[in-house]
Ligand binder design. Structure first.
Ligand code: 5GP
Length: 193
């Protein structure tokens, strides 16, 4: 997605240890127009797959997931990272190791929102080693729901996430694919859309 790649070139900052900061449009301040276009691209790619729910993880997956859900006209569910006092019902739960925070946390979705009737599209802001996406897949599996695809805004292709997800047999669509972040420079591969 050319517009996204241009935005990363203009406003992305390479931090040490393979981390890209995109807080100008995605992970802190959010550009709704860009998110809306991202949502339209994901929806177009997965149109016809019978998706009934879009699933993401808080916080930065929510914006692209919501616009995707709007386009597909289905609900969006975000997995929570901390258990809220108001989550008094039964939960689906998985452990996720965070690449950026370097801690393992429990992520959960209320059982009442996912069932074996559901066909799910997972959306996330970044794909690094695939642990967040794997945790979301586990939540869907616990509910008996079918995951038909994963939409990623920015894939860091030099990390192992994509391979992990493809080995699970789930199609991955990444709008921007980053080959390397070495020496403070972002170099790109051809994106999937
Ligand atoms: P994974 O679970 O695939 O290893 O990492 C994906 C998660 O870690 C995403 O949900 C995202 O929040 C965070 N993440 C991974 N790499 C980066 C990065 O380079 N920049 C930012 N801003 N977040 C990242």
């Amino acid at each position: 997605m050319e517009k996204l790649v241009e935005r990363i070139k203009t406003h992305g900052n390479v931090l040490g240890e393979g981390v890209l900061k995109v807080d100008q449009f995605l992970t802190h301040q959010v550009d709704y127009e860009l998110m809306k276009e991202i949502g339209a691209v994901f929806a177009e790619r997965f149109q016809g797959s019978g998706i009934t729910k879009v699933v993401t993880i808080e916080a930065s997956g929510i914006a692209p997931a919501l616009y995707t859900a709007e386009q597909l006209q289905v609900p969006m569910i975000f997995a929570r990272k901390a258990k809220s006092l108001t989550m008094d019902e039964e939960l689906l739960t998985a452990s996720v190791y965070s690449f950026t925070k370097q801690v393992t946390s429990q992520v959960s979705i209320s059982k009442k929102f996912l069932s074996s009737e559901d066909t799910v599209l997972i959306i996330d802001d970044f794909l690094a080693n695939g642990q967040a996406a794997k945790g979301l897949i586990e939540l869907c599996q616990q509910a008996g729901a079918n995951v038909v695809g994963i939409g990623i805004v920015i894939e860091k292709s030099f990390q192992s996430g994509r391979q992990l997800l493809e080995e699970m047999g789930i199609p991955v669509v990444s709008l921007a694919r980053i080959a390397s972040l070495s020496e403070g420079q972002v170099s790109f591969l051809e994106g999937d859309a």
